[in-house]
Ligand binder design. Structure first.
Ligand SMILES: *[C@@H]1O[C@H](CO)[C@@H](O)[C@H](O)[C@H]1NC(C)=O
Ligand SMILES: *[C@@H]1O[C@H](CO)[C@@H](O)[C@H](O)[C@H]1NC(C)=O
Ligand SMILES: *[C@@H]1O[C@H](CO)[C@@H](O)[C@H](O)[C@H]1NC(C)=O
Ligand SMILES: *[C@@H]1O[C@H](CO)[C@@H](O)[C@H](O)[C@H]1NC(C)=O
Ligand SMILES: *[C@@H]1O[C@H](CO)[C@@H](O)[C@H](O)[C@H]1NC(C)=O
Ligand SMILES: *[C@@H]1O[C@H](CO)[C@@H](O)[C@H](O)[C@H]1NC(C)=O
Length: 346
C-alpha cells in the first residue's frame, strides 16, 4: 500500500516535471513548446483524435519517436535519415497491425509459369522505370493491411504502360474484396494477402476494373462487386516467381521486363525512414520473415558514397519517404528482399 502510494507520488511529480519541460521551449521540438509542436503535427497529417486518453498516448509515443529520430540523425552512421511522418504518433506494433499486410503464412501461388528463365545477367549500373514513364502515381493503403494488392497492381499498371503506352489506375479495392469474398483464393482482405492472388485474379478475369469503377476505401465491405467492367489491357498472360535469385539478377530482370513486386521485412527504422539509402542491417537481417509487399522499380549507385541501391515504390502516400518511394542497399538481401520477387507479363 505504502509502496503503491509512493509510486503514485513519484509518477505524479515526474509527470508535473515532464509537463513543465514540455511547455517550455524545447530543443527536441525545434525550440517550440512540445504541446504546440504535437498539435501542429496532428494538423499537418490530418490525424483526428477526439478521445483525450488516446491523444495522450499518441503524444507520449510521438515524443519517444521524436527523441529516437533526433538521436539517430545526430549519429550519422547510416546512409539514410529518419524523420517525422504520418506514423510518428504510433508504436511499431500499431503500424504493423494496420499498414502492412503481407500474409506470410498463406502460400503464394507461384506462377502460371514457374520455370527459371535463362541467366539474368546484365551490365547496367542504374535503371529507373520512372524515367520510362512507366510508374503510376503513389497510392495510400491507409489503415488496412492491403499492401499485397497495391504491390501487385502497381506491377500490372506498369506493364500496361510498358506494353500499351497508357496509364490506367486499377482497383485495389476490387482486388482485396474479390480475392477474399468471391473467389476465395486466400488471404483476408484488410488482414493481409499475397500479391500472387492479385496476379491470379487478373489472369483468370482476363482484365481488371479501374480504380474509378471500384474506388478504394481501406475497408472490407464483404462484397465483391460483380457488375463492373474489366479493362482488357489489364489482363496478364502469365507471371513468374523468382525464388533463389540474388539482388543483381533481380535488378537485371527488372531492367529487362518491368517492375517486380517484392516481399520485405519492415522494422521500425524503415517506418521512420525519411530519405537516403536504407542500410540498417542490424534491424533487417539476416532473412527476417517478410511482413510487407512493395514494388521494385529501379536500382542505381549513389555517387556520394558508392552504395548500390534498389528503388522501391511504397503504398503509404507521397508524404512518406522520398515522395512515397524509398531506396534500400542492394547486394546483401537486406530485409529479405529476395524472398518473393514476382513479375507479371502481358
Ligand atoms: C473527427 O472526429 C470526430 C469524432 O469522431 C468527428 O465528429 C469529426 O467529423 C472528425 N473530423 C474530421 C475532419 O474527420
Ligand atoms: C477513450 O479511449 C479509451 C481507451 O481506448 C477508452 O477506454 C475510453 O472509453 C474512451 N473514451 C471515450 C469518451 O470514448
Ligand atoms: C504516365 O505517367 C507517367 C508518370 O506520371 C508519365 O511520365 C507518362 O508520360 C504517362 N504516360 C502516358 C502515356 O500518359
Ligand atoms: C453495381 O451494383 C451495385 C449494387 O447492386 C450498385 O450500387 C452499383 O451502382 C452498380 N455499379 C455499376 C457500375 O453498375
Ligand atoms: C528490429 O530492429 C531491432 C532494433 O535494431 C532489432 O533488435 C530486432 O531484432 C529487429 N527485428 C527483427 C525481426 O529483425
Ligand atoms: C565502388 O564499389 C564497387 C563495388 O563495391 C567497387 O568495385 C569500386 O571500386 C568502388 N568505387 C569507388 C570509387 O570506391
Amino acid at each position: 500500500m505504502c509502496m503503491f502510494k509512493s509510486l503514485v507520488f513519484t509518477v505524479a511529480v515526474s509527470f508535473i516535471v515532464f509537463q513543465s519541460v514540455l511547455s517550455e521551449k524545447n530543443p527536441l521540438c525545434n525550440g517550440q513548446n512540445c504541446d504546440k509542436f504535437f498539435e501542429n503535427y496532428l494538423n499537418e497529417y490530418n490525424i483526428n483524435v477526439s478521445n483525450n486518453t488516446i491523444k495522450a498516448q499518441y503524444k507520449k509515443q510521438f515524443l519517444a519517436n521524436l527523441r529516437e529520430i533526433r538521436n539517430f540523425n545526430a549519429k550519422e552512421v547510416n546512409a539514410f535519415k529518419k524523420g517525422i511522418n504520418k506514423f510518428s504518433h504510433l508504436s511499431y506494433n500499431g503500424v504493423v497491425s494496420q499498414s502492412l499486410g503481407l500474409d506470410s503464412i498463406s502460400t503464394p501461388i507461384l506462377g502460371i509459369i514457374t520455370s527459371k528463365p535463362a541467366a539474368s545477367k546484365c551490365s547496367i549500373d542504374s535503371f529507373d522505370w520512372r524515367n520510362e514513364g512507366a510508374i503510376t502515381a503513389v497510392k495510400d493503403q491507409g489503415s488496412c493491411g492491403s499492401c499485397f494488392a497495391f504491390a501487385a497492381i502497381g506491377a500490372i499498371e506498369s506493364q500496361i504502360s510498358i506494353n500499351y503506352n497508357k496509364n490506367i489506375s486499377l482497383s485495389e479495392q476490387y482486388a482485396m474484396e474479390c480475392i477474399y469474398n468471391f473467389w476465395k483464393i486466400g488471404g483476408d482482405a484488410c488482414n493481409g494477402g499475397q500479391p500472387s492472388y492479385v496476379y491470379y485474379l487478373s489472369y483468370i478475369n482476363r482484365g481488371f476494373p479501374t480504380e474509378k469503377s471500384v474506388p478504394y476505401h481501406a475497408y472490407d465491405d464483404g462484397i465483391c462487386p460483380l457488375n463492373v467492367s474489366f479493362v482488357k489491357e489489364a489482363g496478364i498472360t502469365s507471371y513468374r516467381t523468382f525464388t533463389g535469385y540474388r539482388d543483381n539478377e533481380i535488378a537485371c530482370l527488372l531492367a529487362a521486363n518491368g517492375p517486380l513486386s517484392v516481399a520485405i521485412f519492415v522494422n521500425s527504422s524503415l517506418i521512420q525512414y525519411s530519405g537516403g539509402i536504407y542500410d540498417d542491417e542490424e534491424s533487417c537481417g539476416p532473412n527476417p520473415t517478410p511482413n510487407h509487399a512493395v514494388l521494385l522499380i529501379g536500382f542505381g549507385v549513389d555517387s556520394n558514397n558508392n552504395i548500390s541501391y534498389f528503388t522501391l515504390k511504397n503504398s503509404w502516400g507521397t508524404s512518406w519517404g522520398e515522395q512515397g518511394f524509398f531506396r534500400m542497399k542492394k547486394g546483401i538481401n537486406l530485409c529479405n528482399i529476395n524472398s518473393l520477387p514476382q513479375q507479371p507479363y502481358m
